[in-house]
Design a protein around this ligand. Structure first.
Ligand code: UDP
Ligand code: MG
Length: 220
């Protein structure tokens, strides 16, 4: 996917090519610390990320929220993104990666929680290839589908994909496409698994231990 798009950049000429190189160049200089936060839909990634931000001074980048903001901004890709999300499908890597790169560059911070990305092996390989960033570790929230379904149907955030039909599709995509990403990092000793079926406070206790062991100091 990314390779094809690089060829397009080349065909389109040097301006876009140079812009892409600049983004990468300055992001490499920034050399950010990245933690990937993975887990099924409704496993509590967003909730726990808010706690981690408060406690350890990271900036939270939710790939899903950034994609939804892209739809709202009326960008050229908006309709395509909206259709993918409605179907629970994974948006093309180059789109999501560009948005994440820009968010990291625009931020004054250099520590990021990237929540809900990478969602498949292609996302993962493209991100590493393009940004040269390897995550410090991967926080993985483990939760049963029964519990996740209960949370998603109860949360009422007005999301077009929080209906039972799309939820089932998202579960299937998670098992088939996202678990292999967790396995990839597991084989590299990078996965910190959390029992996410527990109450929010108890989950955060376990999360805090992971960041403390990683030597992240609590802020204020
Ligand atoms: N999505 C995507 N790529 C990403 C992150 C999200 O394509 O890197 C899309 C995908 O369609 C997904 C939806 O956005 O089902 C919602 O993602 P989010 O992380 O907000 O929801 P979650 O499934 O974690 O509740
Ligand atoms: Mg989320």
């Amino acid at each position: 996917m990314w390779h094809r798009s690089s060829e397009v950049f080349v065909l389109m000429g040097t301006a876009v090519d140079a812009a892409t190189r600049d983004t990468n160049g300055s992001l490499i200089e920034k050399n950010p610390t990245v933690v990937f936060v993975l887990g099924g839909p409704g496993s509590g990634k967003g909730t726990q990320c808010a706690n981690i931000v408060q406690h350890f001074g990271y900036t939270h980048l939710s790939a899903g929220d950034l994609l939804r903001a892209e739809i709202k901004s009326g960008s050229d890709n908006g309709t395509m993104i909206q259709n993918m999300i409605k179907e629970g499908k994974i948006v093309p890597s180059e789109v999501t990666i560009k948005i994440l790169q820009n968010a990291m560059l625009e931020s004054g911070n250099d520590k990021f929680l990237i929540d809900g990305f990478p969602r498949n092996e292609e996302n993962r390989a493209a991100f590493e290839e393009v940004t040269k960033i390897v995550p410090a570790f991967v926080l993985f929230f483990e939760c049963s589908e029964e519990e996740m379904e209960r949370r998603l149907l109860g949360r009422n955030q007005g999301r077009e994909d929080d209906n039972i039909e799309t939820i089932r599709k998202r579960f299937k995509v998670f098992v088939e496409s996202s678990i292999p990403v967790v396995e990839h990092y597991k084989s590299r000793g990078k996965v910190r698994k959390i029992d996410a079926a527990k109450p929010i406070e108890q989950v955060f206790q376990a999360v805090k231990t992971v960041f403390t062991v990683h030597n992240d100091k609590a802020v204020a």
